[in-house]
Design a protein around this ligand. Sequence first.
Ligand SMILES: *[C@@H]1O[C@H](CO)[C@@H](O)[C@H](O)[C@H]1NC(C)=O
Ligand SMILES: *[C@@H]1O[C@H](CO)[C@@H](O)[C@H](O)[C@H]1NC(C)=O
Ligand SMILES: *[C@@H]1O[C@H](CO)[C@@H](O)[C@H](O)[C@H]1NC(C)=O
Ligand SMILES: *[C@@H]1O[C@H](CO)[C@@H](O)[C@H](O)[C@H]1NC(C)=O
Ligand SMILES: *[C@@H]1O[C@H](CO)[C@@H](O)[C@H](O)[C@H]1NC(C)=O
Ligand SMILES: [Fe+2]
Length: 430
Amino acid sequence: MFIIIFLFLQTQALFYPMQVHLSWTENPSEMRVSWQSRLNGKALISYRPIFCGNSSDWTNIEAETTRIDFGTEMFRYSFVHTGVMNNLSPDCHYEYSVSNGYFSSDNFVFYGRTPGQDKRSSYKMLVYGDLGTHDYGKKTFNLMKTMAETEEILGVFHMGDIGYNLNSQQGLIGDKFLNMIKPIASSHAYMTVPGNHEKANNYTAYKQRFTMPRNEANQNTSYFYSFDIGPVHYVLLNTNPYLKTSLKDERDTQTNWLIQDLKKANENRISVPWIITLHHHLLYCSHDPSDSGSRKDCEVQAAVIRHNLEEIYYENKVDLVLSGHVHHYERQASIYKNETVYGDVDELNKHVNANAPIYIISGSAGNRIKKNDPTAPNPCLWTRFMSNDFGFGTLTVLNETVLLWEQFSSETNKMIDWVYIIKYFKKLNS
Ligand SMILES: *[C@@H]1O[C@H](CO)[C@@H](O)[C@H](O)[C@H]1NC(C)=O
Ligand SMILES: *[C@@H]1O[C@H](CO)[C@@H](O)[C@H](O)[C@H]1NC(C)=O
Ligand SMILES: *[C@@H]1O[C@H](CO)[C@@H](O)[C@H](O)[C@H]1NC(C)=O
Ligand SMILES: *[C@@H]1O[C@H](CO)[C@@H](O)[C@H](O)[C@H]1NC(C)=O
Ligand SMILES: *[C@@H]1O[C@H](CO)[C@@H](O)[C@H](O)[C@H]1NC(C)=O
Ligand SMILES: [Fe+2]
C-alpha cells in the first residue's frame, strides 16, 4: 500500500509542471516563464496584475512547446514550455500559473518592474557564480531564499557554472538544479550566462533550460546581452569563446557587439550613469602559485580574458566587473594593467569616483562536493578582501550616485564584506 501511494505521488509530481522559472526578455515590460512537464497538452500561462489599481482579469496565453530527449535511458524525455507575459507595469505585482493542458502549477507572484521600463533607482539583485545542488549549494540557496522572502529582491544574476552540470546523468542534474532554484526563480527573473560547465554539446542543455534576451548580434542564442534597470546598464557576456582559439567567429561577434553596446551606453550615460559587466571567467585573481588549478584559472586564463576585455572596459569607463569561476570570494580595487588605480577616495569599504573598473569575484555559491578554492597566502596589492566561505553577493542600487555591494557567508549566515561605490557627476561644460 505504502509503495503504491509513493509511486502515485512520484508519478503525479512528474506530470505536473516542474522547474518553473522566470527571465526578462529583450523587450521592456515582459517576463518569460519556462517550465517542463512530461505531458504535452495545450500549454497555457495565466496571469493578472495584483496589488495595484488595474483590472484584475486573467490573461491567458499559449506557450511554445519543444520535446527534448535527454538520452537513451527509459523515460528520459520532457517537454519544455516557454512563453512571454507582456504589458507589465512597474506599479503592479503579477500572479500567474502555468498548465500543461492537464495539470496546473501553484500560483506564483512576481514584481512587474523590468529592464528598460522605468527610471526609478533603488533595487537589489542577488549575484553569484558556481552554484550546484550538493549540500553547500543548497545551504547557500536556502540563505538566499530566506533573503528573497524577507526583502524585496528584483532579480538574480547567475554568472555561469550552473548545477554541475545541467547535462549530467541524462539531464537529471539539470532537473534537480531547476527544481532547487524554483522557490526563487518562479518569482524573480533568473538571469544567466554560460560558464565552462555549460559548454557540452554546443550548450545544448543550457539552451534547453535558459532563454535569455535575444538580439540579432547573438543570433537568438542569447549567450550575451545587455539591458538597463534604473541607473545601471548591465552587460552579460559569454567568456568561453575567448579561451578557445578555434572559436574566433564567436569571439569576434561578441567583441564587436560589446564595443558597439558600450559606445551606445556611454552616449546615454547622463540618464544611465553606471555600467556593470558580468561574466563567468575573471580578469584578475590572487592565488596560491603552488596550486595548479588556481594557476590555470588566475594566470593562464585570466591573462587571456584581460587581453580580450581589459582595454575595452577601461576605455569605456566600466564601473564594476563581476565574475565567478574561482571558488572563493575576492574583492579588488580599481585596477588597470595589474596596478591599483586611485580615485578621489579609496578606503577599505568605499570608493569615490574610481578611475578604472573595480573587480569582484563571487564564485563561492557552492560548486561541487569539495571545499572552496583556498584564498591566496599572499594576496595581490589590489586585493581588498578575500574569503573561503561559501556564499553569495548582493548588488544594491541605492540611487544614481551610490551602489552597495555586499557578500554573505552561508556558513555563518553573516554579511562578511561590503563596499560603497560612489560616483558624483562632473558637470559638462565646467
Ligand atoms: C495600469 O493602469 C495604468 C493607468 O491606467 C496604465 O497606464 C497601465 O498600462 C496599466 N497597466 C496594466 C498592466 O494594465
Ligand atoms: C554551435 O551553435 C552556434 C549557434 O547556434 C552555431 O553558430 C555553431 O555553428 C554551432 N557549432 C557547432 C560545432 O555545432
Ligand atoms: C531571431 O528571432 C526572431 C524572432 O523570433 C526572428 O524573426 C529572427 O529571424 C531570428 N533570427 C535568427 C538569426 O535566427
Ligand atoms: C600583478 O601584480 C602582482 C603584485 O600585486 C604580481 O605578483 C603579479 O605577478 C603581477 N601579474 C602580472 C601578470 O604582471
Ligand atoms: C543616494 O543614496 C545615499 C545613501 O542612501 C544618500 O546618502 C544620498 O543622499 C542619495 N543621493 C541622491 C542623489 O539621492
Ligand atoms: Fe568555472
